[in-house]
Design a protein around this ligand. Structure first.
Ligand code: MTE
Ligand code: LUZ
Ligand code: MOS
Length: 752
């Protein structure tokens, strides 16, 4: 049992936002959502609510004392609709009442008169009309235009990948307590305490020091609470400010699914040029990102798409363009991988299509093109400590590829109904926020004078185990037992200016800050020990709960040392700060070294398709993951398994369906298919790459949160391989997810 929260989670004892003790007089806030995807608000009639006992207020855009704005990168997102609505689920007004049921019933009685305009749901349709949330960008290298003439084969095509609902177990929620001086205390289910603090300060017209935000833990987030927790907290804050009473907002599941953004769907055109041998000479891709109705994090996600378009492959000449297309869907947002998976699907599709057209083996083309030590990524960063070949070789060995391939082919030759498919999926994911400035974190460590230790950091625990990792770093550095170290809830007053807990960087950034703070505390304590023991400082260490001299335990145990330090007036608190060194990105030139390092890995996936039914099962998955030195193998393995499940879901079963009017049809757990235990392969083998190391992160670890999601992309290609065995020569569209419906259509209809 390795995650700090596991014991209480499995007993149902962990407190999430809606479980926190409620203050006296708590009010409940329920939003009035737009039922129309695009339109002008003619009138918002709340007269039916007048005189209903228990309804305390109905708030609209005009009731906002500060700015009606929650857009962070681009200021294009109103907290409450003002004149226009841009997606179904956009919040138009807030009903504030003594209890949530009453508020919800009242919200349903608000009459909205909206003049409907035509909604645009499709990214390419938006682009054709020039609707973008931000300017398009291009990252290029080499001389792509003249490179085409050197190619012996050019393959072009297009791909589609779908959106994905986060489906965190804990829905969006916040509770806000006002005080008599105008200060507000906020409890929010957010990955970004400072973004919530700043957002509320803006909406209420307060300086940030009057807004404090605490986050104990999240019941999952997966990117869905990086930007999109802010608005709900600001709504509760507005109600609290307006009424002078504590206010809480907790969305219902279907409200959450409808009103919040998802993974960005992408529609992409690509062109791939190969030489005689099969090596990539040039690659061009134009991505149409469906950004939704406001920018949210779309421009940052575009950046990660630009930088991951090559996946693990060497691109001597490349031109990658992304358009952030403005549509009338809920603003799409961060989701594990952050535009990286969408990019990686495209180049894998391009190579698979090339193999099919040339009659070659996809694996062979993949292996021919792996990045090697000394190559550069297409954005200019030198590739160092490259583990592409090592991971691919290791996973091929692990799964006994040659036999596996042969036995699948033999099986397919004799078996008409069930076809086996195989795919190898390599990954390469850059670790660091692409926005260099965000790569910073603070920590505040207290040693109480009984010897117990509290860690405060910018990191938010959302199930990924960051708290356990921080505890391990502190306990190791101070030479004490893990049980002596706890992590306090994240709080903007203890650690300010927090970057979001995102981009798989929480341990890298916060762990290093914690390490620095613990190191300075250790120095102070050892000086105390030097005096106490009359032994030279350079012979002293903290180990196994006591001071050692030349490696030998002394009588100065941890508690005694801390007690002595306190009574000799030593500061037992340390604040520290870490900013990732050596990273930069020049947006003018679209070149730089934005990542501290890359995570590599490779998976092999075997799928069996039932060609009569059009269903697939994943038989077995092998993974070799380049995880650096492992700080907590149980947590790390859990991250690989969870991310893989999400990747498989995104690629094979999760499909968002909208009406032509822009209404999401599958907004509940009965209609939206999420991967469950049965979606996992019958057999899963995860190995960590032997000898993996990383000098660029704390304790030589590597970020774990996002990269393994991209192994799931291989499931699409394994199923495609089986489908091709069933109907060789039939054109297969590179559309994800590969749902049963899609398989069935390929197998049994003229259309594919
Ligand atoms: N794991 C759990 N259990 N719950 C989550 O919400 N979020 C993922 C990943 N793993 C998530 C998770 C995402 S999107 C990111 S960016 C990382 O965790 C963030 O945490 P880290 O930086 O500590 O890896
Ligand atoms: N968030 C962000 C992220 O703001 N910048 C990033 O680069 C990023 N990458 C992955 C996930 N979230
Ligand atoms: Mo993760 S998408 O960086 O929150």
């Amino acid at each position: 049992m390795s995650n700090t929260d596991t014991y209480h989670h499995v007993r149902g004892e962990s407190l999430f936002l809606d479980d926190l003790p409620e203050p006296a007089g708590l009010l409940h806030v329920v939003p009035v959502f737009s039922p129309v995807a695009h339109g002008h608000i003619r009138n918002c009639d709340t007269s039916a609510l007048q005189g209903i006992p228990g309804i305390v207020a109905v708030l609209g855009a005009k009731d906002i004392p500060g700015v009606n704005q929650v857009g962070t990168i681009v200021q294009d997102e109103a907290l409450l609709a003002d004149g226009e609505v841009h997606f179904i689920g956009q919040v138009v007004a807030l009903v504030v009442a003594e209890n949530a049921e009453l508020a919800r019933a009242a919200a349903a009685k608000v009459k909205l008169d909206i003049e409907e305009l035509e909604p645009i749901l499709d990214a390419r349709a938006a682009a054709a009309r020039g609707y973008f949330v931000a300017p398009s960008r291009t990252v290029a290298c080499g001389d792509t235009d003249s490179a085409w003439s050197q190619c012996s084969r050019i393959i072009s095509g297009s791909t589609e990948s779908g959106g994905q609902e986060h489906l965190y177990l804990e829905v969006q929620a916040a509770m806000v307590l006002p005080d008599e001086r105008g200060r507000v205390t906020v409890y929010s289910s957010t990955q970004s305490p400072t973004a919530v603090q700043k957002g509320i300060a803006g909406v209420l017209g307060l300086p940030m020091h009057l807004v404090e935000v605490e986050v104990r833990r999240l019941g999952g987030a997966f990117g869905g609470k990086e930007d999109q927790a802010t608005a709900w907290a600001a709504m509760a804050a507005l109600a609290a400010r307006h009424t002078g009473r504590a206010a809480k907002i907790v969305l219902r599941r279907h409200e959450d699914v409808r009103a919040t953004g998802k993974r960005h769907p992408y529609s992409t055109d690509f062109k791939l040029g190969l030489d005689e041998q099969g090596k990539i000479v040039a690659f061009e891709a134009e991505f149409f990102q469906n950004s939704g109705a406001a920018a949210d994090l779309s421009t940052a996600i575009m950046e990660r798409t630009l930088l991951h378009a090559g996946n693990v492959y060497r691109l001597p000449n490349a031109r990658i363009t992304v358009h952030c297309c403005k549509t009338n869907l809920a603003p799409n947002t961060a989701f594990r991988g952050f535009g990286g998976p969408q990019a990686m699907f495209v180049i894998e599709a391009a190579l698979a299509k090339a193999a099919t057209e040339l009659g070659r083996d996809t694996l062979e083309l993949q292996r021919l093109n792996l990045l090697q030590e000394g190559d550069r990524f297409h954005y200019g960063q030198p590739a160092r400590h490259v583990r592409t070949v090592a991971c691919v070789d290791a996973v091929l060995q692990q799964c006994k590829w040659v036999e596996l391939r042969r036995s699948a082919d033999e099986h397919n030759a004799r078996e008409p109904r069930y076809k086996r498919g195989l795919a190898m999926m390599p990954i390469c994911f850059g670790i660091s926020f692409t926005n260099t400035a965000l790569n910073q974190a603070g920590a505040l460590v207290h040693i109480y004078n009984d010897g117990s230790v509290s860690l405060n950091a910018a990191a938010v625990e959302m199930g990924q185990g960051v708290n356990m990792k921080l505890r391990r770093i502190a306990a190791t550095t101070l030479g004490i037992d893990l049980d002596l170290v706890q992590v306090d809830p994240t709080h903007t007053r203890r650690v300010a200016n927090t970057s979001p807990t995102a981009a798989s960087t929480a341990t890298d950034l916060n762990g290093m800050a914690v390490l620095f703070a613990c190191r300075s505390l250790r120095e102070r304590l050892l000086k105390v020990a030097e005096k106490e023991l009359a032994v030279p400082l350079d012979e002293l260490e903290l180990l196994n709960g006591c001071v050692t001299a030349k490696g030998q335990p002394t009588s100065l145990v941890w508690q005694k040392l801390v007690d002595r330090a306190y009574w000799s007036r030593t500061d037992l608190s340390a604040h520290s700060y870490y900013a990732t060194p050596g990273i930069f990105y020049d947006k003018e030139r679209e070149q730089g070294s934005p990542f501290a390092y890359h995570v590599y890995g490779a998976a092999v996936i075997q799928a069996t398709v039932d060609c009569l039914l059009g269903t697939a099962t994943l038989d077995e998955i092998w993974i070799t993951h380049d995880g650096g030195k492992l700080l907590d193998p149980v947590v790390d393995l859990g991250q690989i398994e969870g991310a893989l499940a999400q990747g498989l879901g995104w690629m094979t079963m999760e499909e968002l369906r909208y009406t032509a009017a822009g209404r999401l049809l599958n907004d509940s757990l009965t209609t939206y298919k999420v991967p469950d235990i049965h979606a996992m392969p019958e057999k899963l083998h995860v190995e960590f790459l032997a000898g993996s190391d990383n000098e660029h992160a704390v304790f030589h670890t590597k970020g774990f949160g996002e990269p393994p999601l991209m192994y799931g992309i291989g499931a699409w290609f394994a199923i495609a391989d089986a489908l091709r065995a069933a109907l060789p020569g039939k054109e297969l569209l590179y559309h994800a997810p590969m749902t049963n419906e899609r398989m069935h259509r390929f197998l049994h209809n003229e259309l594919s």
